[in-house]
Design a protein around this ligand. Structure first.
Ligand code: 13P
Length: 251
């Protein structure tokens, strides 16, 4: 059975004190027996602290927002998958559209990151999604399939069990424009079909596919009610404890 997951991607927001307060508040508001895995993805700087705060709760986990595509060595300013794993962090987010756009991450580089993450026992929240132009010109299905094919479909069945997919249409990120639940469901169904084609139905049925892009307490219930939407990757609304908790309670 696939898991319901809600991930808070803080991006480059919140200082240490603000982050700690947010996690404390979410812990006090959220029931930890509601069968939703909640993942905080803070800055690398507070990942250790936040992970420790979550250590007593099986359903509270953490994720780094990125890792280096190099294993180790003279790469000033980089953080390796092995370093993140040494904090007992469960996940890393990879392939966020902001990293693809502003830091020129390619599918090939992401494949290297995927391999290094798995080698160092990190599970992966792998992001895919199209721009508005791509959607309007009708190439979005092919584009998403290509993102998956070039970065994660080389994995064995066993390795692919460590992958969570996050569909984030770029036009919906931080814009206040959410994909309608039908638009999101259409892509989620497509992604599940593509995973079935590549692997098999059992693996596809067990893969959690999250939606991201202006997901908020008002639209989360409708989105999460769809058969193939197993949770959310939340940006702005994850920075406020009440909003984030309401999203977590939207299943
Ligand atoms: P918003 O929820 O702010 O649109 O961001 C979505 C996102 O990019 C999460 O990774």
């Amino acid at each position: 059975m696939r898991k319901n997951i809600v991930v808070g991607n803080w991006k480059m927001n919140l200082n240490r004190e603000e982050g700690i307060k947010l996690v404390e508040e979410v812990i006090s508001l959220v029931s930890t027996d509601n069968n939703v895995e909640v993942v905080f993805s803070p800055s690398f700087l507070y990942l250790h602290k936040v992970n420790k705060m979550c250590a007593n709760y099986n359903l509270l986990q953490t994720a780094s927002q990125n890792i280096s595509h190099n294993e180790r060595g003279a790469f000033t300013g980089e953080v390796s998958s092995q370093m993140v794993n040494s904090l007992n962090v469960k996940y890393t987010i990879l392939g966020h559209s902001e990293r693809r756009e502003y830091f020129n991450e390619t599918n090939i580089e992401l494949k290297q990151k995927v391999d290094l993450s798995l080698k160092n026992n990190l599970e992966i929240i792998f992001c895919c999604g199209e721009s508005l132009n791509q959607r309007e010109s009708g190439v979005h299905f092919d584009w998403i399939k290509q993102q998956l094919t070039e970065s994660v479909f080389h994995l064995t069945e066993k390795e692919f069990e460590k992958i969570v997919i996050a569909y984030e249409p770029i036009w919906a990120i931080g814009t206040g424009v959410t994909a309608s639940s039908d638009q999101a469901e259409e892509i989620h169904q497509f992604v599940r079909n593509v995973i079935t084609e590549k692997y098999n139905e059992n693996i596809a049925e067990n893969t959690s596919i999250l939606y991201g892009g202006s997901c908020n307490p008002t639209n989360a219930k409708e989105l999460f009610s769809k058969k193939n939407i197993d949770g959310g990757l939340i940006g702005g609304a994850s920075l406020n404890a009440e909003n984030f908790t309401r999203i977590i309670k939207s299943f």
